[in-house]
Write a protein that binds this ligand. Sequence first.
Ligand code: CMC
Length: 444
Amino acid sequence: MAKNTLSITDNRTGKTYELPVTDDTIKAIDLRPLKFDDTDFGLMSYDPAFTNTASCRSQITFIDGDRGILWYRGYPIEQLAEMSTFPETAYLLLHGELPTQAEYEQWIYEITHHTFLHENVKKLVEGFRYDAHPMGMLVSTLAALSTFYPESKEVRDPEVRRKQIYRLIAKTPTLAAFAYRHSRGLPYVQPDNDLSYAGNFLNMLFRMSEVSYEPNPVLEKALDVLFILHADHEQNCSANAMRSVGSSLADPYCSSAAAAAALYGPLHGGANEAVLRMLHEIGTVKNVPKFIEKVKTGEGTRLMGFGHRIYKNYDPRAKIIKQIADQVFEVMGRNPLLDIALELERIALQDDYFVKRKLYPNVDFYSGIIYQAMGFPVEMFPVLFAIGRMPGWLAQWQEMLLDAEQKIARPRQVYTGHKQRDYLPLERRGGVPEPERKPARAAT
Ligand code: CMC
């Protein structure tokens, strides 16, 4: 029987080493004994951007990028989108199993009764400029929650963790809605705990003078499914930030603020916003071929909402989003940007440049079009992503804390800077003008 090992011959010394292979991986630390002499530190692996390095063992989310498969805890995303709800999916991600009826009721109670914010958080939100980006507000207010719940530092205590998980899942939509209302100059709407998770969020965003707000059931369902689709995506940039910051035992508010900051970038959760800006810039269907040419020659931007580090096939989330788009358009009217998006997709999927590089629409390609049709301004798109992703971040964080193999995240580097050199005082450094000499003082 073939051995589950890897033999490596170090041609610098002629020595051969046998490294165990577990789960199709070798441990980078097993390379350390490969030294060319006793003074050598030992071999390391070099992997900028972690393109081929597993940083953890995880049981939360599985992606097969070649086949376009996504499972949460083993359940296909298509089934969860069709049959589950976002709160139930959040429970699944965090607990590993779908809840029983009693567990579900308790969970719903907890995540709806922690939705209120301390009045001082409201004051904090009021302090932002009228045009502050809501994602900047979300990052800041998530971190600020840490000051309201100092006990959250006790991250090794399962009870403390449980409470902060309830709070973060419950309060993130409230923070997001307050940020939105602030940017519109509208009074903040308090949570309505009788509504569903998505319904309450719509209430806090859009309620005006109604005595009680009744969310449109189609939009409520669409938002719930969008949250499910965004709930986790294994070791993406923001989950990695959550784990990395959390590994120093920072509290979960600061860790999730770091994760939200990572999400904000246009290559990650900020891509949905970038897609909409791109579609507006293209303007009409007839400009699509010219735009695609500019992407290919590198003159323009990338085709935002296309490509993925893991998926080398159609992102399964994008397929589901395309289906719910029609339901939303039936209620809100068709978003004319859809035609531009469909034409971009049609051309890109048959163009050699995109085919060769296996670039397909990702989750962000169509989500922005739906969000816009639902009445969200583009700046809110990454915030919506963050609400959906919060249970995933928390599940990743908790798994990291409970994993005996994990320590504080601290990558190595290959130092390419100067060898040791001696400090030169300012006046002896080249290129620095001689200090102006003061005229000698005349003798008095
Ligand atoms: N448009 C044009 N060319 C692209 C694109 C794109 N969207 N994405 C990748 N490429 C090209 C890239 O130029 C490179 O070509 P070459 O081999 O000639 O240099 C090749 O494809 C490989 O790209 P890469 O940058 O090495 O791939 P990556 O795995 O590092 O990046 C990505 C993945 C998502 C950052 C990238 O595809 C991208 O920038 N896409 C646009 C932004 C976007 O939609 N992001 C949302 C990702 S999904 C939501 C989430 O989970 O965050």
